[in-house]
Design a binder for this molecule. Structure first.
Ligand code: 0O2
Length: 212
């Protein structure tokens, strides 16, 4: 496939990512404006690089004609939460939306990956409007806590550095760190109500000052 063709394939995915980032960030803003705690803390998104798509197609033996059906994470959205409890709330918010249709879910929180990776994944369908009409796009939404994100980011860069062959002694350290992340998330959950109250109060103060 030449560059122009890749560009045409990936453009609607870029649109889907940009639209969903705006929509999820708007959700955060709405919560704040109503003096409510937002279960989403931060939103990021990306379109998979061509080399990463090609690597996945090769690894999973995916034919070019099946690319858009079988590579489900060409478009990716990441929703970062403060607490583990927020993840269920965010998942519920997504399931209720009329502009998103859930195709499948993977719970790597109850079932941590062997690497120590934890996150909640949803594959969803999302419609975009292009000059050629409506297109149904698959998007992978990853939902995780800030602590899970910290671990995954570090581990991902080590995978990159070691070309997915992380030495055993480092893997062991990462596994220990993954256990520490579970403890940290559990510990933070015990003070969740206190923190939520504090954040709502400070948000109300901010809104009041903005109204003056
Ligand atoms: P990117 O864009 O660099 O994040 P796959 O893992 O791709 O063979 P599958 O079934 O398509 O298989 O996807 P899966 O495992 O549900 O989710 C894949 C994505 O989840 C990965 O994307 C990562 O973002 C994340 N992920 C899954 N396992 C791990 C892990 O052990 N460590 C880290 N850091 N992230 C993980 P990609 O493909 O790596 O691409």
């Amino acid at each position: 496939m030449d560059i122009q063709l890749w560009h045409e394939i990936l453009e609607p995915y870029e649109l889907a990512v940009q639209e969903l980032i705006v929509k999820f960030r708007y959700l955060i803003k709405e919560h704040q404006q109503h003096g409510q705690y937002s279960p989403i803390e931060a939103v990021t998104g990306r379109v998979k690089t061509v080399s990463s798509i090609l690597e996945k197609m090769q690894r999973k033996n995916i034919a070019s004609k099946d690319l858009e059906e079988e590579v489900e994470d060409i478009a990716g959205i990441r929703l970062i939460c403060q607490f583990v409890e927020d993840i269920d709330k965010v998942t519920e918010l997504i399931r209720k939306r009329s502009d998103i249709e859930v195709k499948s879910e993977k719970d790597y929180i109850s079932h941590m990956k062997e690497s120590g990776y934890r996150s909640y994944h949803l594959i969803v369908y999302y419609m975009v409007e292009t000059m050629n009409g409506t297109k149904k796009i698959q998007v992978e939404i990853q939902i995780r806590t800030m602590a899970m994100d910290f671990w995954a980011t570090i581990e991902h860069s080590l995978q990159y550095k070691y070309k997915s062959n992380i030495p055993q002694h480092i893997r062991q350290r990462l596994s220990n760190a993954a256990d520490a992340i579970i403890s940290l998330d559990n510990e933070m959950s015990t003070v969740r109500n206190e923190i939520m109250d504090a954040q709502i109060s400070s948000q109300i103060q901010t809104n009041l000052v903005a109204d003056i």
